[in-house]
Design a protein around this ligand. Structure first.
Ligand code: ADP
Ligand code: MG
Length: 411
C-alpha cells in the first residue's frame, strides 16, 4: 500500500481532484509498476510523474524530446515549488544542476534522449537515488509512431541498468499498434497500459442542417476516400441511400435487421474486407465489428442520444488516422423525437427529454463540438479542439446554428 497522493495533489499542485485516469496512473507508479499511460493532449500527463516525484525520495529522470518543451515544463514545475532542472546543451548552470542532483536536492531532472544514452550520464545516475524514469512523448520510440527518434531506442538499455527504478511512459498517440510497440520497446508489460479519455482527437466532428440529405451525403462521400458508414433511420432509407450512392461509382451495401441473414452477413463481410466501400445501415450495424480503417461515419438524421452518437461515430478512425464524423439533422427529427417522448411511460419522459436537450445543445452550439461531447462524459477540455466544423469556421456552421435556434426553442 502506498500513501494517499490526494493531499499532495491539493497542497502542491492546488488541484482539488485527479482528472480522468490520473489517479490510476499515479497509483501504479507509487506501486512501482511499469506503466504506459496513453492520455490525450491536455489530459495532464505531466502530473502523473511530477506528483510521485514530489512524494518519493530520489530524483525522477524525465526524458523529453524537445528543449523548448523541457523549458516549459521546468517553468511549470518550479512555479508550484517543485525542485527541478534541465540538463541540455543549452544550459549554462550545468555545474549547479549536477551538484543539486548529487545532493539529492532535485525532484525532477529533465534530459534529452541523446544525452540519456551516453555512458557519462549513466555513471551520473549511479551517484544519487532515483525514484522514476518518466519517458514523455513515448511514441518517439516506435517506428510506427508519427515522430520516430532513434535516440529513444537507447533508453531501454539505460533503464535496464537500473532495474529497480520504476518506469512510466506517456503518450497521446491513439493507435493500438503503436501503443503495443512502445510497451515492448520500453520493457513495459502489455497489462501495464492505461488508456484514458473519451476524446478521439483524430475524428473531425461536423454537424449540418439537412437540405437535400442524399445530395449532402453524396458530396461528403465524394470528398472522403476510404471505407465509411452511413447511418439512416429506417430500413427503407438504408436501401434507398445505398442505391443512390452506388450511382457515384463507389461500392455500397445496405445493412439492416430485415435483410436475409446470409445477405446481411455477406454485406458485412464485404465491408470489412473493402478499402472503399460505403455501408448504409441502421444502428443494428456496428456492434462488435472490428474495422480499424473506417474513414467516415455519417448520420442521415439525429441519433438517439449523445451516447449513441459517440458510440456510432467512434467506429471511425480506430487506427488513429484522420477521420470524419458528419451528422445531418432536421427539424423533423426533433419533432419525431418529441412525439416519441410523448408516447413513453410518464416516469421515463423527463429523462428522455434531458437526453434530447443534450443532443440539441450539441447541434445548436456555435462553439467547439468536442467540448460539448467531452463535457457530457465528465471531461473538461482546457482548449477548443481545432478539429470540428465550428473550430474550423466551416461556412455552413453558422447557418446550421441559426436554423437550429429556430427549431430547438421548443425542445
Ligand atoms: P498533457 O501533457 O497530457 O498534454 P499537461 O500535463 O501539459 O497535459 O497538462 C495540461 C493542463 O492540465 C495543465 O495546465 C495542467 O496544470 C492541468 N492539470 C493537470 N492535472 C490536473 C487536475 N487534476 N486538475 C486540473 N487541472 C489539471
Ligand atoms: Mg505533455
Amino acid at each position: 500500500m502506498h500513501p494517499d497522493p490526494l493531499p499532495t495533489l491539493q497542497r502542491v499542485f492546488g488541484f482539488p481532484q485527479f482528472r480522468g485516469v490520473q489517479s490510476e496512473v499515479v497509483s501504479r507508479v507509487l506501486e512501482r509498476e511499469r506503466t504506459l499511460a496513453v492520455m490525450p493532449t491536455g489530459a495532464g500527463k505531466s502530473l502523473c510523474y511530477q506528483l510521485p516525484a514530489v512524494m518519493n525520495e530520489g530524483t525522477c529522470i524525465v526524458v523529453s524530446p524537445l528543449i523548448a518543451l523541457m523549458h516549459d515544463q521546468l517553468r511549470g514545475a518550479e512555479a508550484v515549488g517543485i525542485r527541478a532542472a534541465t540538463l541540455t546543451s543549452a544550459d549554462e548552470n550545468r555545474g549547479e544542476t549536477l551538484r543539486r542532483f548529487r545532493a539529492g536536492a532535485l525532484d525532477l531532472l529533465y534530459v534529452a534522449p541523446e544525452r540519456a544514452s551516453g555512458q557519462a550520464f549513466r555513471d551520473l545516475l549511479t551517484e544519487a537515488p532515483l525514484c522514476l524514469f518518466a519517458i514523455d512523448e513515448a511514441h518517439c520510440v516506435s517506428e510506427w509512431g508519427h515522430d520516430f527518434r532513434p535516440d529513444y531506442r537507447l533508453l531501454s538499455p539505460l533503464m535496464d541498468a537500473f532495474p529497480d527504478v520504476p518506469r512510466l511512459a506517456l503518450t497521446a498517440t491513439a493507435d493500438a499498434h503503436t501503443r503495443a510497440d512502445i510497451a515492448k520497446q520500453l520493457g513495459i508489460p502489455a497489462d501495464g497500459m492505461i488508456v484514458s479519455g473519451f476524446d478521439r482527437p483524430n475524428i473531425r466532428y461536423s454537424i449540418s442542417a439537412k437540405a437535400n440529405v442524399n445530395r449532402q451525403i453524396a458530396d461528403l462521400i465524394a470528398a472522403t476516400p476510404g471505407p465509411g458508414i452511413v447511418y439512416a433511420q429506417t430500413r427503407a432509407a438504408t436501401e434507398k441511400l445505398a442505391e443512390a450512392l452506388g450511382r457515384s461509382g463507389r461500392p455500397t451495401r445496405a445493412y439492416h435487421a430485415g435483410l436475409e441473414p446470409h445477405i446481411r452477413a455477406k454485406n458485412q463481410a464485404d465491408f470489412v474486407a473493402s478499402e472503399d466501400m460505403v455501408i448504409c445501415a441502421t444502428v443494428a450495424f456496428g456492434m462488435g465489428i472490428d474495422k480499424p480503417d473506417v474513414r467516415f461515419v455519417a448520420h442521415a438524421g439525429l441519433p438517439k442520444s449523445i451516447e449513441a452518437y459517440y458510440q456510432e461515430t467512434g467506429r471511425a478512425g480506430r487506427d488513429g488516422d484522420p477521420s470524419v464524423a458528419h451528422l445531418f439533422w432536421g427539424a423533423d427529427d426533433f419533432a419525431r423525437a418529441r412525439q416519441r417522448i410523448g408516447e413513453v411511460e410518464p416516469e421515463r419522459q423527463a429523462g428522455e427529454r434531458t437526453r434530447l436537450q443534450s443532443l440539441a445543445a450539441l447541434v445548436e452550439t456555435a462553439g467547439c463540438r468536442r467540448r460539448i461531447l467531452l463535457r457530457h462524459f465528465g471531461e473538461d477540455p482546457a482548449e477548443d479542439c481545432g478539429n470540428c466544423d465550428n473550430c474550423l469556421g466551416s461556412p455552413d456552421a453558422v447557418d446550421a446554428t441559426e436554423t437550429a435556434r429556430k427549431f430547438l426553442s421548443a425542445v
